[in-house]
Design a protein around this ligand. Sequence first.
Ligand code: HEM
Length: 251
Amino acid sequence: MEIFSDWMGPGGAGEMLSRYGHFLSGITWIGLLYYFNFVQVPAFAEMEAGARSEALRKVTFRALWWFRMGALLTFLTGVLILGFQRNLGENFSDYFATQVGTSIAWGALLATTMFLNVWLVIWPNQKIVIGSAESAAGGGAEDPRAAASAKKAGRASRANTMMSIPMLWFMGFTSHFSYRFADPESGTLWAAWILFLAILAFIELSALGMLGGYDSPQAKLFWDKHKNTIVAGFATWAVLHFVGYEAIIGT
Ligand code: HEM
């Protein structure tokens, strides 16, 4: 049987099963991310405090378990794919200097930033918010850090929503379209990477409140309304594709 024939080689069963696990965990993670941003946040804003507290403790708490485990498994299976392809080993520098490798490097860096946001920003801050709701529901005091924590988690969650739009493009673009572009010279590659890293740094620093605080005009513009976040996500995709690939890397 073909599935048992070649486990370790590039394009073999190990890589295929890792891809399968990658899709399953990826949809679990990003599906819940979209639920939080497009459904839960607007719904919570309309709910009474008591109902919101109960939903936070019973629904959000469970959703966050699947969310962070989905993120972990997506990251691990993504790294496994690169490992099976030998692109983390013997082919590392050859692969990542190509138009194909650049595409997955951009997708994976966006997704790894998102993964770190889940584990280092969203989850620690949500624990404070949920802990505060638990305490209040049991007749105790609310945690005074809860409001600030909700904002920190919310901003990182919005940034992840924005980054997911170009991220998913580069995940699929890698094997299915990027080969149509030229294999870049090192100067061209540098220019494309400067563009990419400047955009990534701007998004992340803004979401962490490190560009003039959480309530600076640009932070409010990008992160307060989920519709603006979606538009900004497609604008980011357009700049990375049309400037990064079409104009800088070229055909
Ligand atoms: C967390 C860090 C991530 C890493 C390191 C990573 C890594 C990878 C790698 C190496 C590939 C194979 C590219 C190729 O050679 O075709 C891939 C493909 C893909 N990834 Fe990710 N990924 C990550 C996150 C995500 C997320 C969050 C999603 C969202 C659902 C996702 C969805 C996909 C899809 C749809 C493909 C296309 C596979 C194909 O065309 O066969 N990835 N990823």
